[in-house]
Design a protein around this ligand. Structure first.
Ligand code: B12
Ligand code: SF4
Ligand code: SF4
Length: 346
């Protein structure tokens, strides 16, 4: 089967949002996201939070109705809302060292539907304003999409009725994060799962980057060295003593500086070419106001992650090799142009 996304390049542009959808936008989401702000601050509750916390309640109903058609989505939504399957924290603690507990937790996650896993120290900047997380660690889980299904997006195969890869991966992330939280609770520590699709207290991408699951792409999602952009995230916060896994830099951010595939393929043209200042950090940013009408109409879209060349299984290894060469040449160049170490002063 061809490794190409189903539609040829550029065919999707020219989308005009329906007036009834535009009328539900009411307020721009970009100032709420802190676009242009130079001060570092926590994110404000946004789409997929309870409707009383943001201005797009009606639009969220349209998006949710469209994206809830497949059984996987329904399973994930039901589990996330009910939070019914958490066991009590055991009274006896597993007092093994942090390194050993980290290795055991990561092994457990990989044996329970996670395809990759990383650990980051909790940072208040990961927590949405108005929420509180007391646990000092976050374990981030990545679940990979099935590329053959993802590349047909938007369609019934990806996010419609029946088989649905977006919903199925949310269901896996939900099961995996609940299983891990319960395993940690059985070791005598507190643990809370944060699966999608609803937003809840935890912003997932920053801890995913810190824990080494990938780099931020121009399309606003992370790119993993193992799965490209075809990956969903879930997390577990805990007070179990752990050790952090480091960030992973393999050249995705550099590659995005010259690649334009997602910017051209996004039907409403929501993906911004240059990095922007957002809440005190210069980074890639997606224009919420342009993305959301198409997202709501197309049952959660996802074209940007499907067309990303890193997502294509046959292309990813070549990109990794090219970027590794480029990174080593840059390091070599920097080393050669650095002044030689001055003699120590006596
Ligand atoms: C709300 C939300 C949306 C909203 C709005 C997003 C927005 N940027 O305004 C809508 C509905 C439009 C949306 C769309 C999509 N989303 Co969404 N979304 C979320 C959700 C629930 C919360 C994120 C949020 O509130 N963003 C609003 C503010 C905070 O956005 P922001 O400041 O621009 O920050 C974004 C990034 O730059 C990054 N980020 C934030 N702070 C920082 C700081 C630093 C230093 C860095 C480097 C990055 C970074 O995270 C933010 C992601 O939106 C998360 C799950 C979660 N709990 O985190 C999933 C999530 C980010 N979405 C995801 C995906 C895949 C998508 C879609 C591709 C849809 C799909 N069906 O697959 C599109 C992508 C287009 C886009 N606009 O980003 C995945 C990303 C997985 C990945 N590979 O990284 C997540 C993590 C869901 C999951 N559980 O897997 N999404
Ligand atoms: S999810 Fe949003 S940003 Fe990504 S292709 Fe669709 S409309 Fe564009
Ligand atoms: S399609 Fe290209 S520009 Fe967009 S995220 Fe992927 S590599 Fe970066």
């Amino acid at each position: 089967m061809s490794d190409q996304p189903v539609m040829a390049r550029g065919e999707r542009r020219g989308y005009i949002p329906k007036p009834e959808i535009v009328s539900l936008l009411k307020v721009s989401g970009n100032p709420i996201n802190g676009l242009g702000e130079t001060e570092i601050r926590r994110p404000s509750p946004h789409f997929w939070h309870p409707p009383e916390l943001h201005p797009w309640g009606e639009l969220q109903i349209v998006a949710r109705t469209n994206s809830r058609k497949c059984p996987g989505s329904t399973e994930a939504f039901a589990a996330a809302y009910q939070r019914a399957e958490l066991i009590p924290v055991a009274s006896r603690r597993n007092n093994a060292a942090a390194g050993e507990l980290s290795a055991e937790a990561m092994k457990f996650a990989l044996e329970h539907e996670a395809d990759d896993v990383g650990i980051a120290a909790m940072d208040p900047l990961y927590v949405f304003e108005g929420y509180r997380i007391d646990e000092p660690w976050v374990i981030v889980l990545a679940v990979a999409h099935n590329y053959e299904r993802l590349k047909q997006v938007p369609s019934d195969e990806t996010n419609g009725v029946g088989v649905c890869d977006v919903g199925d991966q949310y269901a896996r992330g939900t099961r995996s994060s609940y299983a891990l939280a319960n395993w940690i609770r059985a070791q005598g520590y507190n643990a809370h799962p944060y699966p999608g699709p609803s937003a809840d207290a935890l912003l997932l991408i920053p801890p995913a980057i810190a824990s080494g699951l990938g780099e931020l792409g121009k399309h606003g999602s992370i790119i993993s060295r193992h799965f490209g952009s075809g990956v969903r995230l879930a997390a577990v916060t805990t007070d179990m003593p752990l050790t952090a896994t480091g960030p992973d830099r393999f050249g995705a951010d550099d590659f995005c500086k010259t690649c334009q595939i997602c910017t051209r393929e996004c039907p409403p043209g929501a993906i911004v070419e240059q990095k922007q200042m957002v809440r005190g950090v210069q980074r890639w940013y997606v224009d919420f106001d342009k993305c959301i009408p198409y997202f709501a109409e197309a049952a959660s879209c996802g074209i940007c992650i499907a067309v990303c060349p890193w997502t294509r299984p046959q292309v990813r290894p070549k990109l990794l090799a090219t970027m590794a060469r480029r990174l080593s040449q840059t390091t070599e160049h920097q080393r050669c142009s650095e002044p030689s170490t001055p003699p120590l002063e006596s």
